[in-house]
Design a protein around this ligand. Structure first.
Ligand SMILES: *Cc1c(COP(=O)(O)O)cnc(C)c1O
Length: 387
């Protein structure tokens, strides 16, 4: 076993070597512009991009032509929310979302509120879950969009999206979901979930950074979007800009690998997560799991070690174990996570939270070492505060 141990797979994942290998030709002979359809270089690049569309579509049960490649899930979320609201503004101005969404959903919504849209924010219970009946009661004639994430980036809680999809369909409201944390970790089927738009990010599933996608339903109903990036008319005019062929090829390969490994990954990573939790429960008191354990990503464990501060614990790990407090995006701020506040934690308990993100490459040995190290540090810190 090698130190340090990476347990921060929600922030980003290592790139799978098979993904790197698939990308390499794009920096060599396959350097063409996917929009140059009149010569072999462009045709080759176009074929590679199409193959990646197929690989993603297969993983999610969609069609290759429904995939819009973007620079990541942040851009996909922006395109979905702003693109739908601008397109359907004549039908209404009301949006429903959730308080525990990622900032790349909440901030575009704030922007839309300034432009005259109204947003109802659903709260969550102490488990981090929304109440689907409450969501149903918020739908009005002027509601044009519902946006509910599939899996949360901090507490790993998986929302009852299939139920939301049924309601959205019945009430004739478009449904968007940020699935950046879910893709490749749990089964994601756009048909079963009845979503109309879904956002993805390659670097959260062993692909490269700077590439992602928005899946947009093409029938029953066909969803239209106002472009948010104007220029050369790529992606049928919805997202202009020369395609990131290497990134897209890597994303496609990561999808293919995820599909092959999904069942085994779920089983193995859930076991490792449960081992980690069991170690903590056996050796420490006054700890709590934040968010539902049942409706949760296999690799997520978000725990508060009461009477400690997460930053002190993380420092105490002496760079041997890479976990995080809050989400990577928020960890530079000193305020406690808004997600943990939303599930009802006091500031102290929220400030004592550590997010462990277990991934495909972690071993039992690593989990054993990391848990011992955390237990040792928590014991030490608690002794210091008592004396
Ligand atoms: C990481 C993440 C994003 C942002 O994805 P990028 O591709 O890094 O822009 C959005 N939503 C969730 C839930 C995430 O975890």
């Amino acid at each position: 076993m090698k130190l340090p141990i990476y347990l921060d797979h929600h922030a980003t994942t290592p790139v799978d070597p098979r993904v790197v290998e698939a990308m390499l030709p794009c920096f060599g002979e396959s350097f063409g512009n996917a929009a140059s359809s009149m010569h072999p270089w462009g045709i080759k690049a176009g074929e590679l991009v199409w193959q990646a569309r197929e690989q993603l579509a297969k993983l999610i049960g969609g069609k290759p032509g429904e995939v819009v490649f973007t620079s990541g899930a942040t851009e996909a979320n922006n395109l979905a929310l702003k693109g739908v609201c601008e397109q359907y503004a004549s039908k209404g101005n009301h949006i429903i979302s959730v308080t525990t969404e990622h900032k790349s959903v909440l901030d575009p919504l704030k922007h839309l509120e300034k432009k005259g849209f109204e947003v109802s924010y659903l709260g969550v219970n102490s488990e981090g879950l929304i109440d689907v009946e409450e969501l149903n009661s918020l739908i009005m004639d002027k509601t044009i969009l519902i946006s509910v994430m599939l899996a949360n980036n901090e507490i790993g809680v998986v929302q009852p999206l299939e139920e939301v999809g049924k309601i959205a369909k019945k009430r004739g409201v478009l449904l968007h979901s940020d699935a950046a944390q879910a893709l490749g970790k749990i089964s994601v089927d756009v048909q079963k979930l009845n979503v109309d738009l879904m956002s993805f990010s390659a670097h959260k599933m062993y692909g490269p950074k700077g590439v992602g996608a928005l899946w947009v339903r093409s029938y029953d109903p066909k969803v239209h979007l106002v472009a948010q990036m104007h220029g050369g008319g790529q992606e049928e005019g919805v997202r202009s800009g020369t395609m990131n062929v290497p990134g897209i090829v890597g994303f496609g390969k990561a999808c293919e690998i995820a599909k092959e490994n999904l069942e085994e990954d779920i089983k193995r990573i859930t076991e490792l997560r449960n081992d980690l939790l069991e170690k903590f429960e056996k050796n420490l008191d006054e700890i709590r799991v934040n968010g539902s354990l049942e409706h949760r990503l296999p690799g997520n464990l978000n725990m508060s070690f009461e009477h400690t501060e997460s930053d002190a614990v993380l420092l105490g790990l002496n760079q041997e174990v890479g976990a995080s407090s809050g989400s990577a995006c928020d960890s530079e701020k000193l305020e406690p996570s808004y997600v943990l506040k939303e599930i009802g934690l006091s500031t102290d308990v929220a400030n004592a939270a550590i997010r462990f993100g277990i991934g495909r490459s972690n071993t039992r040995e690593e989990i054993e070492y990391a848990s011992n190290k955390v237990i040792e540090v928590v014991h030490k810190l608690r002794l210091m505060t008592k004396s």
